[in-house]
Design a protein around this ligand. Structure first.
Ligand code: ACM
Length: 540
């Protein structure tokens, strides 16, 4: 009887140990984490990383580089058959892309088995998050068993490099930050009223003339104007380098060439492409959409030829599936006031200016699809009708995202009220940012419901993910870019990765304090608004 009681008690203790939630600092929260034992595995100088095959050789180097660079612990990437190793296995098993299993065993070491190389990379990111957040702390990895996979196929971050320019070195850093959050699409907003920042061989004038403005305002608009020329652009070599750098980190780069509005940099270069061809023009010097100043592309044969050449070359430079055409905030008054445009519309049976906007987008879509790619546009491209194959990026109210899904479009949620990180995190923060009196707290980013309940099951499947955006009107420096994206990028990452039923705001709020130590480790700035405006002791 006594033996039975002891056995039952032991079983009970073991079960309650298993059931006890295992506190860890992994962001985004994995689908399943089980504490599998009480032991630890110590990662140390020279611990070997072995790989199943060459497809994950980069992942081994990446891990070795991370532990060396941030923790001062170089691991060995020389292939050995040692136990007590970090073993990376590409199972190539056709399972959910990006899925992986990670086990830590005190005797055998760490094993990461990915459904594909991307899964191995994400397993490595999780392993990194089991490591200390400071150099000098001995990395004792707890015995765990993790099974993980992404909720959405599209997990993006956007960066506007037109309003302010960021050097390639920072673009790579931004990509690294994304990789460390298991985000997989970098939306590179390369052109706007203020600048054209991508070198194209078909029109070299675009970067010769369109990449510089005469000055800019500083401070909140209308602010003060300073007459310092401001410019910069990316050469094709740099772009290829960034694309390759991102691909190694399992991130696809989506270039955005914004047309038919947001085009003053094009019109500063080629005024003849506007509805007022005889007037010289400048790259925009301030922010916002100004009907009065910012002209748009006119529907002429030269402009359509321009679009064909530009998007063809862009398709060649970016190997990913998606090409973004903008399509947002096009001021229709220029078309309404232009006799030539009105004549064009009558001739082609285009009933209004919204339909003319669609005509432009359709033209680009044909070019892009001719290259085997898929077009993405901001949600205004729905206005005049657009074919189902165009992916819609919902930046205005969620109702436009619902409309996109209901009309059969794959849809990416990027609603300004939940995912525009250029809006200050706390409206009380004295730093200059967008959003007026509004703030966008981290909790709102975390809790944003990406898939609306009101859609049918079939429509819900068309919501392929979500994205955070960083528009750079008020972000002139790299430190400010980091300050505005962190910690909200971490909240977004968990929102797009973690199964909905596993999302837990209280647990995330606890983890994010540890995450700030990682930002420190990486040398990244971050906003502490959350910590100043909340009693965070309640999350600990
Ligand atoms: C946008 O914010 N105009 C896409």
């Amino acid at each position: 009887m006594r033996t039975i009681c002891v056995a039952v008690l032991a079983l009970f203790t073991a079960l309650s140990m298993l059931a006890k939630p295992f506190e860890h600092g992994i962001i985004p929260e994995p689908a399943e984490v089980v504490k599998s034992g009480e032991g630890t595995f110590r990662l140390q100088r020279g611990t070997p990383i072995t790989v199943s095959d060459n497809s994950v050789a980069f992942e081994a180097r990446y891990l070795a580089d991370y532990t060396d660079r941030y923790l001062g612990i170089p691991l060995s990437t020389a292939q050995t058959s040692a136990k007590q190793a970090v073993t990376l296995v590409n199972a190539n098993n056709g399972g959910t892309p990006g899925g992986y299993r990670l086990t830590v065993d005190a005797g055998d070491g760490v094993r990461i088995e990915g459904n594909d190389a991307t899964g191995v990379f994400y397993g490595v990111q999780t392993l990194i998050q089991l490591l200390p957040t400071r150099a000098g702390v001995v990395p004792l990895l707890p015995e765990v068993s993790i099974n993980d996979y992404p909720r959405f196929g599209y997990r993006g971050m956007h960066l506007d490099v037109a309003r302010h320019f960021f050097p390639v070195e920072f673009i790579k850093k931004y990509i690294d930050y994304m990789a460390m959050h298991k985000l997989n699409y970098f939306h590179w907003h390369l052109t706007d009223d203020q600048a054209w920042r991508i070198e194209l061989k078909c029109y070299p004038e675009l970067t010769q003339r369109g990449s510089e403005r005469e000055g800019e305002i500083f401070g909140l608009y209308p602010g003060k104007y300073q007459e310092l020329p401001y410019g910069g652009y990316y050469t094709q070599e740099q772009i290829k380098d960034v694309v390759q750098y991102a691909a190694e980190r399992h991130i696809t780069v989506i270039p955005e060439i914004d047309i038919p509005g947001h085009c003053m940099a094009v019109l500063a270069t080629f005024p003849q492409f506007s509805t007022t061809p005889d007037e010289t023009k400048k790259c925009a010097l301030t922010w916002g959409i100004f009907n009065k100043f910012n002209n748009v592309l006119a529907p002429t044969p030269e402009v359509f030829e321009f679009l064909t050449k530009v998007f063809s070359e862009v398709c060649e430079l970016f190997p990913g599936q998606y090409i973004h055409t903008g399509g947002d905030e096009c001021a229709k008054k220029w078309w309404q006031e232009s006799d030539l445009t009105q004549k064009f519309m009558r001739k082609h049976g285009i009933e209004d200016e919204k339909a003319l906007q669609s005509y432009f987008v359709h033209h680009v879509q044909k070019v892009v699809e001719g290259k085997g790619k898929t077009l993405v546009g901001w949600d205004e491209v729905l206005q005049g009708g657009i074919s189902e194959d165009c992916v819609i990026m919902n930046w205005r109210q969620p109702k436009h995202g619902r409309e996109a899904a209901r009309t059969g479009h794959k849809t990416i949620s990027s609603c300004s009220g939940w995912s525009y990180f250029n809006i200050k995190e706390s409206r009380r923060d004295p730093v200059i940012g967008a959003g007026g009196q509004r703030g966008l707290p981290m909790e709102k980013v975390y809790k944003f419901q990406i898939v609306p309940d009101s859609l049918t099951n079939e429509e819900q499947k068309l919501i392929i993910g979500a994205q955070g955006c960083l528009w750079s009107e008020y972000i002139p420096t790299t430190w400010k870019a980091e300050y505005f994206v962190f910690p909200r990028m971490s909240a977004l990452a968990e929102n797009v990765w973690t199964p909905e039923e596993k999302k837990d705001w209280e647990n995330f709020a606890r983890k994010v304090e540890r995450q700030t130590e990682r930002y420190d480790l990486w040398g990244a700035r971050y906003s502490d608004a959350f910590f100043r405006t909340n009693d965070i002791s309640r999350y600990r």
